[in-house]
Ligand binder design. Sequence first.
Ligand code: GDD
Ligand code: MN
Length: 364
Amino acid sequence: MKIVVILPTYNERENIVLMIRALQEQFAAIPHDMHILVVDDNSPDGTADVVRAEAPAWPNLHMITGTKQGLGAAYIRGMKHAIEQLKADAVMEMDADFSHKPVDVPRLIAALDEGADFAIGSRYVPGGKIPDEWSFLRRMNSKWGNVFARYVAGMYMVRDCTAGFRAIRTSLLGKIDFDTLRVRGYAFQIALLHEAILNHAVVREVPVEFVDRTRGETKLGLSDIIEFMLNAWWIRFERSKTFLKFGVVGASGVAVNLVSFTVLMNMGLNKFIASPLAIEVSIITNFVLNNYWTFSQRDMNDRIHIRGLKFNMVSFVALAVSYSTFLLLSALDPSGIPQVHQAIGIVPATLINYFLNSYWTFKE
Ligand code: GDD
Ligand code: MN
């Protein structure tokens, strides 16, 4: 594999050359074609100049420069360059300030070799560590960042969602449209992880010790924290959208069902025949709306007639559930209002419809 370690830098003059050399030392023991890509944002301290001076010593050292737009923007430029120009099979995200230890690089790469698409150098799995000297505030900041990412953005399964130490296959990145990640700063970390999860990436956390930088200072600012929190809520909203749409379609189905039922009864049909017919009419309108609206964003490989067939099978299950409920309620309460029995029957049928259709019919 060709692997490009991306080092974003902003005023890392004191660290970058030491970092490049420490990485090269690790590369000697890694059985892959290892490269370094420095993404410098025209650092006023002249970081790019010291990299240029170091470049002749290392044929695998690359650099791109640009204007400062934030950490996420720098990573996006770096990843695009690594994929399009350097033809990388995998990239790494890594801080240039020694907070991520170069000795941990081989273990992250080993996780890719073992089948992961997205390996995270994690501080919050057993064996991982945050610095002892971190203040209460700093700890809380990091903990809350992960609480937001896990419980607001919904990435429960990952312990360290904000980590900036990662190894990622470019076959996965190829499925992600960077231009839709509306993030500039550190929020990039959770936005990218979320896209990876949506694309069914194999995510693995490798425990690492995060050490405080000894040279230079952090660039994380208040605007990054605000963008981060807004982004977590945005991800939550995006995730809920499918469910909300399904709910709207379901509600329209209830109306279609009850109106059809009443119309059929008024036409003189027996209520026991009108009920399944009304259910079937609403199932058909639900399919059309779900296919062309609720799940229209899903990338489904099967052809529409297969999906239609599956939807029909799910419909029979839902029909049976709804009709059984109706029959049961009619038997228990023979003098009750038929519309009420019919309406109650819709509830279990809709739930079964949602799960089977979401995880089977309209599965990506
Ligand atoms: N090119 C570029 N542009 N590089 C940047 C920018 C930018 O706008 N902002 C930061 N960097 C570089 C820094 O020079 C450093 O190499 C790396 O990105 C990390 O920046 P730090 O400012 O040292 O980050 P941190 O230590 O506060 O945050 C770390 O922990 C966070 C989670 O707790 C990083 O690992 C983050 O990625 C991580 O989200
Ligand atoms: Mn740092």
